[in-house]
Design a protein around this ligand. Structure first.
Ligand code: THU
Length: 160
């Protein structure tokens, strides 16, 4: 799908899918990406060496999280779920936007920087089809990252 450009104060993004970024939250997109990049430094990834950071804007507050791996492998938690669970535990319920960074080299393909399927479903629990997911393109890339609609990442998402 073709991407169109979307500008915030100091950055240009590539918009993919039907997002409806509200101006209020788009003011915070750059802060959200910075928060994700910052917390990525705390990632605990001794098994994969793949550090991930995420920051989520929920009910107007930023919550962040990193991946925390486990010797059992299966007990590993991803950065996105770590961030969302922190928001929910603090009483927040609605995701306005989520930013994710894998600390990519500029030019890394989008499929190597995107949220995993389990995290897409967990994002979905607290978000809408149009909720923007910000995916870091890497420090020094020509644009800050992609802004992808959740409904584009997870079409026909399961809801009760
Ligand atoms: N990981 C995340 O934190 N988020 C994703 O969406 C993809 C994968 C983590 C899990 C594991 O610690 C490492 O990246 C390699 O899969």
């Amino acid at each position: 799908m073709a991407a169109s450009a979307f500008k915030t104060a100091n950055a240009t993004w590539h918009l993919i899918g039907e997002t409806s970024p509200s101006l209020e939250s788009s003011d915070q997109y750059e802060a959200l990406l910075e928060a994700a990049r910052l917390i990525r430094k705390n990632a605990y990834a001794p098994y994969s060496q793949f550090q991930v950071g995420a920051a989520v804007l929920m009910d107007g507050e930023i919550y962040s999280g990193c991946n925390v791996e486990n010797a059992s492998y299966g007990a590993t938690i991803c950065a996105e779920r770590s961030a969302i669970l922190s928001g929910v535990a603090n009483g927040a319920r609605a995701i306005d936007a989520l930013a994710l960074t894998t600390g990519p080299e500029p030019g890394t393909p989008l499929d190597q920087r995107s949220p995993c399927g389990v995290c897409r479903q967990v994002i979905s629990e607290f978000a809408e089809d149009h909720t923007p997911i910000l995916i870091d393109a890497g420090d020094g890339a020509a644009y800050a990252g992609e802004i992808v609609a959740l409904g584009h990442l997870l079409p026909w998402r399961f809801n009760l």
